[in-house]
Design a protein around this ligand. Structure first.
Ligand SMILES: Nc1ncnc2c1ncn2[C@@H]1O[C@H](COP(=O)(O)OP(=O)(O)OP(=O)(O)O)[C@@H](O)[C@H]1O
Ligand SMILES: [Mg+2]
Length: 187
């Protein structure tokens, strides 16, 4: 996977598969610590301790075997973080939800670019208009937040998955992140 936005999409799809009604995606850069942290949390069905241990194995998946043999979403993100002096953590409780955290040395030469976060959010929101998504990005003094539960109220009944609405969402995110969370040349 070329950029972090594709990892985010993959991990958020796990949350959707787990029956979540809300997925929160947080991107935090702490410049003084040279750290970029991604957190994806959901209120889906969660995992027990035994499953958490197994998911880091690329051969573990609960998807039907005929359709899919390997589960790669989690191992690939864990590997991407570990290759950048980073860390990877799964916290999950059956019936309550899951929090996935991947931390990276921000300046590490192998740290993948963020990619197109706006497009990723538009895909998630457009594909799952009845779910709620939160995107929260912080870097020192900068902060950006988009919460579809608030956006839907502002839209007063206009569907959040209309192409024009999705385009606005994508553009709003990318123009806010440009020069703040994105490094030059990203997205
Ligand atoms: N947020 C989550 N909530 C509940 N279970 C999860 C969650 N994320 C992952 N899992 C469990 O971990 C397994 C492995 O996830 P992973 O993303 O690595 O592979 P996959 O989703 O099965 O396949 P792939 O991502 O390659 O399409 C999933 O099949 C699922 O059982
Ligand atoms: Mg997956």
């Amino acid at each position: 996977m070329e950029d972090l936005s594709l990892h985010i999409l993959d991990i958020a799809e796990n949350s959707i598969d787990a029956g979540a009604s809300r997925v929160e995606i947080r991107i935090t850069v702490i410049v003084t610590d040279d750290r970029l942290t991604l957190t994806i949390s959901d209120n889906g069905k969660g995992m027990d301790a035994e499953t958490i241990e197994m998911v880091k194995d690329p051969f573990f998946s609960t998807k039907p075997v005929r359709k899919k043999k390997f589960g790669l979403g989690i191992p690939l993100l864990a590997q991407a973080a570990e290759e950048c002096n980073g860390a990877f953590l799964i916290e999950s409780h059956p019936g309550r939800g899951t929090v996935i955290t991947a931390a990276f040395q921000n300046s590490h030469i192998d740290r993948k670019p963020l990619g197109d976060i706006g497009a990723t959010m538009a895909v998630l929101i457009g594909g799952h208009p009845y779910m709620d998504f939160l995107l929260s990005c912080e870097r020192d003094g900068f902060s950006y937040k988009l919460d579809t539960s608030e956006l839907k109220k502002e839209l007063q009944g206009v569907p959040v998955n209309l192409p024009d609405v999705l385009k606005l969402i994508k553009e709003d995110i990318n123009s806010a992140l440009k020069g703040e969370i994105y490094n030059s040349g990203e997205a």
